[in-house]
Design a binder for this molecule. Structure first.
Ligand SMILES: Cc1ncc(COP(=O)(O)O)c(C=O)c1O
Length: 384
């Protein structure tokens, strides 16, 4: 079996949320994990743990930070210092804890919409106010709209949660756009949480540039949060990194959020992450080729078979943000496809209340499964 060769019964037998949220007649294409395997070095690392029955308190001080530093340097030419890193269980926890550390209840946090839903919760569930900064579809791709905030800034804004590459639009911002973001954050004196979890999944023509790598000025106000879990398909192993772009940022965070409260990732997550980052690239290259083929097939098929649905070609991620407004479905497009196509997408309205006409499709699945998903959607639209 190759890395991408899994059939539907095998996938459904996985005890994952992806394959068990919906009834058995629904094909899932929602949450961001891949219907593929993992890199052989990850399997070997986990095998080593079980073979040696090595579950005692870990002595891996700095192993994750060192692997992070090697990975950022080799892949993104970003040179980081081990002592600026905090190991954490997952990115959602990282975003919540950063919001709590760098703002007070009642203060505001800026967020581009449409947005990965937990970012909105990180702001609202902690008693902060969300300042929505909607992106704009310019007919070619989704663009940031920083000017509209410049025109009416909020004096209580302390932070921005920035997602780069962006989930759900699949934008991989270029250097010019990132420099504008950096200047914007400095101009408005905002601390930035830069979620770069999708950085490895950028298609040919794009490059990932870590926001904090642009200049010491933007680094000094940026907390980069990332992990190997998206690109190496190990989200349940719960292991992530927070990188603070200046010692003062980390000191402030540690004062506000006790490390004992955060806990630490398990050895399974650490060993798998180190194996993926250090030795998993040949496997990831194979996956990226499959994802690109899926993306291109999906874009061509939507253009040919689903008039009324618009997809701006994702430059990154394995997520397709489908603008279904042209179908003129009353209510939620995601609900329509669930009811009539038996396809489980992410509903657009969970990425911002104004997006019920959108849905997010995860195309990280074997080509025959993707064909079945899209075929069901085409049939549902034709039979309306
Ligand atoms: C942009 C983004 N950040 C964070 C996460 C989740 O990360 P974690 O599982 O580490 O909380 C996801 C998962 O889809 C994501 O797309």
């Amino acid at each position: 079996m190759t890395a991408t060769d899994f059939d539907i019964p095998t996938l459904r037998a996985r005890r994952t949320n992806k394959w068990h949220k919906f009834p058995a007649d629904v094909l899932p294409a929602w949450v961001a994990d891949m219907d593929f395997g993992v890199a052989p070095p990850i399997t070997a690392a986990l095998q080593r743990l079980t073979d040696k029955q090595e579950y005692g308190y870990a002595a891996r001080e700095g192993a994750l930070a060192a692997a992070f530093a090697r990975r950022m340097a080799s892949r993104f030419n970003w040179h980081t210092d081990l002592k600026d890193v905090v190991a954490i269980g997952d990115l959602v926890q990282a975003s919540f804890s950063a919001v709590m550390a760098f703002s007070e209840p009642g203060e505001s946090v800026l967020l581009q919409l449409p947005s990965y839903p937990p970012f909105m919760l990180a702001i609202q569930d902690t008693g902060r106010r969300l300042i929505a900064n909607p992106m704009k579809d310019d007919g070619v791709c989704w663009r940031l709209d920083l000017d509209s905030y410049d025109a009416a800034p909020d004096p209580t804004a302390r932070m921005m949660i920035f997602c780069h590459p962006q989930n759900p639009t699949g934008r991989a911002y270029n250097r010019t756009e990132l420099e504008a973001v950096a200047a914007f954050a400095i101009r408005h004196n905002l601390i930035v949480v830069s979620d770069e979890i999708h950085a490895d999944i950028v298609y040919p023509g794009g490059v990932h540039i870590p926001l904090a790598s642009l200049s010491p000025e933007i680094a000094a106000r940026t907390i980069t949060i990332t992990s190997a879990t998206k690109s190496f398909n190990i989200p349940a192993l719960r292991c992530a990194v927070m990188h603070f772009g200046a010692p003062a940022l980390k000191a402030h965070f540690e004062k506000r959020v006790p490390s004992r409260l955060l806990g630490s990732p398990a050895v399974t997550g650490v060993d798998a992450t180190v194996a993926g980052w250090d030795e998993g690239q040949p496997w990831l290259d194979e996956i990226l080729a499959q994802l690109k083929a899926n993306r291109d097939w999906l874009a061509a098929t939507i253009a040919a078979e689903l008039p009324g649905v618009t997809l701006r070609l994702p430059e990154a991620t394995y997520l397709a943000w489908l603008d279904c407004r042209g179908l003129e479905i009353p209510g939620s497009a995601g609900q329509f496809f669930l009811d009539h196509a038996k396809v489980g997408l992410n509903f657009g309205e969970t990425f911002g209340a104004q997006y019920p006409g959108f849905a997010r499709l995860n195309f990280a699945t074997p080509a025959p499964v993707l064909k079945e998903i899209v075929g069901r959607m085409v049939d549902a639209v034709r039979q309306r």
